[in-house]
Design a protein. Sequence first.
Length: 186
Amino acid sequence: MEERKGLYSSLGKIAWGYALIYLYFNINTIDLLPDWAGWLLIYSALPGIAGAGEPSAMLLRPLCGLLAAWEGLCWVLTALGEPTELWGLWLIAAVLTLYVHFQLFTNLASAAERFGCPQRRGLLVLRTMNVVFTTLLSLPLPLDEGDSWFIWPFLALTLAIIVWTIAALTGFRDSLRDGMGEEPAQ
C-alpha cells in the first residue's frame, strides 16, 4: 500500500514536471514556467518510483540534478540577456535529456505492469515519442528561416505530445488510486 501511495505522489510530481518542461510562458526574457523547476520536480519524484519496485530510477537523480542546473544556468543567462550558445554543454544536456526520458518512461511502464495498471503499453509508446520529440528539438531545424509551413505540423506534434504525456501520467495515477481501495493522502 505504501508503494502505491509513493508512486501515486510521484506521478503527480512528474506530470507537473513535464508540464513545466514542455510549456513556455515568457514575459520579456523571463520564462515563468522554468524547465529547471520541472527537472527538480522529477528529481523529487524518483524515490517514490524506486520505492515502488524500480530501484534503477534512483540512478536518474544525478542526471535530473545536472539537467536542473543546466536549465537554471540557461534561464539566468536568458533573463540577463546573455547568449546561451554553449554548444558542447548544450549537446551533453540534449543527450542526458534523451536518456532520462527513455529510462523514466521505461521505469513507469514497468511499475504500471507491476501494479496491474493498463497504461503500460501507452507509456512505452509515449517513451518513444518523447525521445523522438526531444531529438527533433535538438536538431538544427530551419524553423526560423522563412519556412513557416514547417512550423505548423511541428507545433501540432508538440501540443499532442504535451497533452498525451500529461494524460498518460494522470491516467496512470488514477488507476493507482482506484486500485488502492481508499483515497491516498495528498
